[in-house]
Ligand binder design. Structure first.
Ligand SMILES: NC(=O)c1ccc[n+]([C@@H]2O[C@H](COP(=O)([O-])OP(=O)(O)OC[C@H]3O[C@@H](n4cnc5c(N)ncnc54)[C@H](OP(=O)(O)O)[C@@H]3O)[C@@H](O)[C@H]2O)c1
Length: 287
């Protein structure tokens, strides 16, 4: 598996497996399938309510912990130094591990500076190897990066052929922060699979559109974490390291970027309210 080196020297697989919307009861099976298919990096979050399924798979998979790379994220309801610290302990317990490889602030809301301080402490205590953020647009990202001791290793952003994040990349480069792409295959948007540019490139390489979309990110040095519950698609999404897009093909994908139409904005107050309320509505423990 091709890897990238984060800004603190930690090596991370460039392609991983994401488990958003994988039901807690199927998560263990999916993660075991993904590890069996060759994935070594798993992306979960407190707010996916399936960390325990990931943990069960980690315990059962037979792969040494040191060969796996586990990412999780602190949710808004656990924001603030004390709550975040307690939630990190709970994530460690659910994940059946004594360290997290990469820990992110999931959303740039509530007391995320307090959360970040708890994460920095967890790094110093050896409980976390690298820390970063998610959904931090350039303005919030720069403010945080300028005011913390440990510069974020990644910023996990909605990144795909329709949302290419060039502005974010430019700002993040100054801190050595890598883009980690969520929705790398545009959440299976029909526009992706029907796009003539992508279809033509896929045909010329004997590949699928999903593989071309992922390969585009990999060649830009972006980390990607596609999600699927199907083992054939897990293999398909992983099978992208033996072909290369030409410079002309890379250039032909660049104009597909249309973030304004495609991106639900974290600057939209309605989305902020929805996310602030998310845990109350969706945490199975609250039902
Ligand atoms: N930080 C954040 O705020 C945030 C937000 C969203 C997601 N994420 C993370 O990023 C990961 C990936 O993002 P995502 O799940 O939103 O979107 P995604 O990976 O772009 O797309 C997932 C969708 O694509 C389908 N799919 C997967 N592989 C396919 C293939 N080869 N051909 C056709 N369809 C395929 C899946 O269906 P099937 O499952 O039916 O195959 C699913 O409907 C998540 O799982 C999560 O770990 C983070």
């Amino acid at each position: 598996m091709q890897s990238v080196t984060l800004n603190n020297g930690v090596e991370m697989p460039q392609l991983g497996y994401g488990v958003y919307l994988v039901a807690p009861e199927t998560c263990e099976r999916c993660v075991l399938d993904a590890i069996g298919a060759g994935y070594r990096s798993i992306d979960t979050a407190q707010a996916y309510y399936n960390e325990a399924g990931v943990g069960a798979a980690i315990a059962k998979c037979g792969i040494p912990r040191s060969e796996l790379f586990i990412t999780t994220k602190v949710w808004i309801s656990n924001a603030g130094e004390e709550r975040a610290a307690a939630s990190i302990e709970e994530s460690l317990r659910k994940l059946h591990t004594d360290y997290i490889d990469l820990l992110l602030i999931h959303q740039p809301f509530a007391d995320y500076y307090g959360t970040y301080r708890a994460m920095e402490k967890a790094v110093r205590a050896g409980k976390v190897r690298a820390i970063g953020v998610s959904n931090f647009y350039p303005d919030r990202f720069v403010d945080l990066a300028e005011n913390v001791e440990i510069k974020p290793a990644v910023n996990q952003l909605k990144t795909n052929v329709f949302s290419q994040q060039w502005d974010s990349e430019r700002e993040m480069e100054q801190y050595g922060t890598k883009i980690m792409a969520w929705a790398p295959i545009a959440q299976a948007d029909a526009d992706l699979f029907e796009n003539p540019t992508l279809q033509a490139i896929a045909e010329s390489h004997g590949r699928t559109v999903a593989q071309v979309a992922l390969r585009y990110l990999i060649q830009r040095g972006i980390i990607a974490i596609p999600k699927t519950t199907h083992i054939d698609r897990m293999k398909e999404n992983l099978d992208i390291f033996d072909f290369e897009l030409s410079a002309a093909e890379m250039d032909s994908i660049r104009p597909l970027d249309r973030p304004r139409e495609f991106q639900g904005s974290h600057r939209d107050p309605e989305l902020v309210r929805f996310l602030l309320d998310y845990d109350k509505k969706f945490n199975p423990a609250n039902k």
